[in-house]
Design a protein around this ligand. Structure first.
Ligand code: NAI
Ligand SMILES: O=C(O)C(=O)[C@H](O)COP(=O)(O)O
Length: 372
């Protein structure tokens, strides 16, 4: 019997992790991601953990546990996992790289076009410069959409080779862009030669022109909340879009009220994005156990997504021809309103439970298809 503890927010968990598919006895114990604690591991002695971004995986969680041999995070970001520690423990770790790259890129486009609809008709006479910091799966996908719209991309990624999109210094992106979008992992001093923690601080904000739209869908701490608040107090006309917050799941009222668009960490929350996340960790789970002992799991990776995804009538090329359909397809301001309605004035904040509830109950969007 394989025992799995899984975050209840993992999409279609039982469609993938069931005995019929795995052809092996399993016991899947679902719980809220924040409830996956050392005590839960002590009680259940799981062989595997299937998590999302709210479960820290580190020595505190695993030091007293000897049963866990696989950790799968159905997310792109891995800053909630101490990968060095997990590797030292001989535990196989997998994230879902790229799973929601189109979802997040489309979220960013929706925010830009909601706030600046004239950008639909950008051209060489009226160019739009989109600054992208971080040109991995999401940043490079956003660049594809931007170039397809005739926008100019100013990209900065010191760990990628120079290219038609990786073509600027950080200063150029900060000082010359009409829009700046952050697509970096959260990395700390000591873990990266160019840590992204507080990358956008008072000094960076001072370089960004007043009229530049700043969008953070990466991780909250990439932007210093205190410095952003001070800047917004000084320059209330600045437009800032946050989907992630430095002190998530709490969101301070004074920040929320100054943002052009604010959403509860749902940029990646499409049916396709979350399903891909489950598929990818399922594939790695099967490979991991298959390698360790074919008798445990005899199946090969199976692409179950096709059977689980309803038809998707939304195509990017159609959307481009009918910009007014963008709001019908995704009304980002509706998500903004939901977060503002969750504001607890007495606490001067959106409280953690309310933020988590918005995410748990979020009606997953659909991704539009980039190619036919
Ligand atoms: N808001 C949301 O719902 C979601 C947020 N995310 C966040 O977005 C981040 C980026 O996602 P992906 O593009 O898929 O990751 P990725 O790993 O494919 O790309 C990240 C890129 O950032 C670059 N980078 C690292 N440090 C940098 C620095 N100091 N300056 C400039 N570039 C730097 C890397 O070289 C890499 O190319 C994730 O790490 C995650 O934290 C991801 C999915 C959903
Ligand atoms: O994949 C990532 O990285 C994300 O930021 C996800 O959107 C996080 O979603 P949860 O794991 O917090 O549900």
């Amino acid at each position: 019997m394989l025992t799995i503890i899984a975050d209840s927010n993992i999409a279609h968990l039982h469609d993938y992790f069931n005995e019929e598919i795995l052809k092996h006895p399993i016991n899947v114990i679902e719980m809220a991601g924040r409830d996956i604690t050392p005590e839960a591991l002590e009680q259940h002695q799981p062989d595997a953990l299937l998590i999302r971004s709210v479960t820290p995986v580190d020595a505190k969680l695993l030091d007293k546990n000897q049963s866990v041999k696989f950790v799968g995070s159905a997310t792109i970001g891995t800053d909630h996992v101490n990968e060095g520690y997990v590797s030292l423990r001989g535990i196989r770790f997998a994230n879902a790289a790229g799973c929601s790259k189109h979802s997040v890129a489309q979220y960013v486009l929706s925010a830009i076009l909601q706030l600046r609809p004239d950008y639909w008709s950008a051209n060489e006479d009226k160019p739009v410069k989109v600054g992208i910091i971080g040109l991995g799966n999401i940043g490079s996908t956003l660049a594809r959409y931007a170039l397809d719209l005739g926008w100019e991309v100013l990209g900065y990624d010191p760990f990628q080779s120079a290219s038609i999109i990786n073509n600027a210094s950080l200063d150029q992106v900060l000082t010359e862009s009409d829009v700046i979008s952050l697509h970096v992992p959260l990395t700390m001093l000591g873990h990266s030669e160019l840590p992204t923690y507080h990358m956008i601080d008072a000094a960076a904000l001072a370089k960004i022109p007043q009229q530049t739209l700043l969008i953070n869908t990466a991780r909250g701490p990439v932007v210093s909340e205190a410095d952003l608040l001070a800047e917004l107090d000084k320059s209330p006309q600045r437009q800032v879009v946050l989907d992630v917050f430095e002190h998530e799941p709490q969101v301070p009222a004074q920040l929320l009220k100054k943002l052009a668009i604010a959403t509860p960490h749902i940029a990646g929350y499409t049916l396709e994005g979350k399903l891909r996340g489950t598929q990818i960790i399922f594939d790695t789970f099967v490979r991991s156990y298959g390698e360790k002992g074919a008798d445990i799991l005899t199946i090969k990776e199976q692409d179950l997504m096709a059977d689980l995804l309803p038809d998707n009538p939304y195509h990017w090329q159609d959307l481009k021809q009918a910009p007014e359909k963008l709001v019908e397809f995704y009304d980002i301001k509706a998500d903004d309103s939901l977060l503002r309605e969750a504001l607890d004035e007495s606490a001067s904040a959106v409280e953690g439970q309310a933020f988590d509830a918005l995410r748990k109950n979020y009606a997953l969007r659909r991704e539009w298809l980039f190619e036919r």
